[in-house]
Write a protein that binds this ligand. Structure first.
Ligand SMILES: [Zn+2]
Length: 80
């Protein structure tokens, strides 16, 4: 079964068949599995793909901010 993966660094899409550890061709980052399936993906036009990508970028940034704030908290706790 084909799955759609997306790169967390350069946000390129890649279609992957049954490889759980997909790597980005562009930057070598470990890809994230998207919630799109192949049929959905090929039905999307360029604009819809861009929109999906933007939402993914937003989610990644939110996640990164959360990780950063947890790390900052841990640093503060160490100092205290
Ligand atoms: Zn990449």
């Amino acid at each position: 079964m084909l799955r759609i993966f997306i790169c967390p660094k350069c946000y390129n899409f890649r279609i992957v068949s049954r490889n759980p550890d997909a790597i980005c061709f562009h930057c070598g980052a470990k890809l994230h599995k998207s919630d799109l399936d192949y049929v959905e993906f090929i039905d999307m036009n360029e604009q819809e793909r861009m929109k999906y990508k933007e939402n993914f970028i937003k989610r990644m940034k939110m996640f990164q901010n959360e990780v950063d704030s947890i790390l900052v908290e841990q640093e503060v706790n160490k100092l205290g």
